[in-house]
Ligand binder design. Structure first.
Ligand SMILES: [Ca+2]
Length: 367
């Protein structure tokens, strides 16, 4: 595998950190970045007319989406909306071909945005090859931790098999278990590892559970040795500081809002429906250091609370002037900021890095 701007993915050691520094280096090197853009542009410009059509931009947009961690296009309306926004960035909302200098400018903006995000919340790449799990199984905290898990889940499952699987789900990457909610991990590691055990029987006592769990876990160790799983681990804290930064920078806030407002439907007097507030907030979210809607349940609660507080009394689909629209949106952002400052949301996420994903982000690999 070649080096990507995310970091050197060839290094198969634990805890490799993607903090955006490689991206900064790439974009900051004028000559190197020009060459990078030249190569990518040439690859994408299939008909060699020196411009990129919407069709020719598609692979670039798909790569950027994958790099942002979005599901494939067509998966959810929310993620499709972000893809649409990325494409709009390139075409400036006009459905026209894109020149090389426009392509370079937008790509640089997008990459620097990603780098800033990674600097704030670095991603740690973990290679799970069974060693950490084996260490945990033989370690001093094992018995206590497993019996605590047993007491929490003993009544939740009817069969021993389900209970063992549930217990794997309770152990996280710190214990050397890749996320079992990932279907690849389940189908290729957990499920086959348990095949040789007779687990289709009722749960009786803790001792039996402990014995069967350990057998299963040792078998998982063997499977991980054969097929190590790469996991991208990140810990994000949303404490409102990103929103505060955006709100305190009037110039950036205006620039961001104007770009969004240009693309919103308006009536003949140029008024905008309050219905558009939600979608506008979504587009502004990355600049405010907020996750996309639907990504984090706690965050969605904070946001709907902000909408209730600022916007609840009025008729929600009323048409309002652009200035009023901006003012309400700023108030909503302010409310989100205050809520997050009061009680920050901390999220730890683990996603399995599958080969197809890393292979598809060719745009971001300097060649
Ligand atoms: Ca072309």
């Amino acid at each position: 595998m070649e080096n990507s701007v995310w970091g050197n993915q060839n290094q198969k050691r634990n805890g490799e950190v993607l903090d955006g520094s490689n991206i900064m280096e790439l974009v900051g090197n004028e000559q190197g970045f020009s060459k990078f853009v030249d190569n990518k542009f040439h690859e994408l410009d299939k008909d060699r007319d020196g411009k990129l059509s919407l069709k020719e931009l598609e692979p670039a947009v798909a790569d950027i989406g994958a790099a942002l961690g979005l599901p494939a296009q067509g998966t959810t309306p929310d993620s499709d909306h972000i893809y649409y926004q990325v494409l709009n960035e390139f075409t400036h909302g006009k459905q026209e071909k894109v020149s090389k200098s426009e392509f370079k400018e937008v790509l640089s903006d997008i990459l620097l945005g990603m780098a800033a995000g990674l600097k704030r919340d670095p991603i740690v790449i973990l290679r799970m090859d069974g060693e950490d799990l084996l260490e945990f199984l033989n370690g001093p905290s094992y018995d206590e931790e497993m019996s605590s898990i047993f007491s929490q889940i003993q009544n939740s499952s009817t069969s021993l098999r389900e209970l063992v699987i549930e217990a794997f789900g309770r152990l996280n990457v710190d214990r050397g278990i890749p996320p079992t909610s990932d279907s690849w991990v389940f189908n290729n590691i957990v499920d086959p590892a348990l095949l040789s055990q007779a687990l289709d029987r009722p749960v009786t006592d803790q001792e039996t559970f402990m014995e069967e769990f350990k057998k299963g876990a040792l078998s998982v160790v063997d499977f991980l040795k054969e097929k190590p799983v790469i996991v991208a681990h990140s810990e994000n804290t949303f404490d409102g500081s990103g929103v505060k930064r955006l709100l305190s920078n009037k110039f950036e806030l205006d620039k961001t809002l104007n770009t969004v407002l240009e693309n919103l439907p308006k009536d003949r007097s140029g008024n905008i429906s309050k219905d558009s507030l939600r979608v506008t907030l979504d587009v502004v979210s990355p600049s405010a250091g907020l996750p996309p809607v639907g990504a984090i349940e706690e965050m969605d609660k904070v946001i709907s609370e902000a909408f209730k507080m600022v916007n609840n009394a009025d008729n929600k689909s009323v048409m309002i002037k652009e200035e009023e629209f901006k003012k309400i949106l700023s108030e909503i952002l302010g409310s989100i900021m205050l809520q997050l400052e009061g009680s920050p949301i901390a999220i730890s996420s683990n996603s399995v890095v599958h080969e197809p994903l890393s292979a598809s982000t060719t745009l971001l690999h300097p060649s």
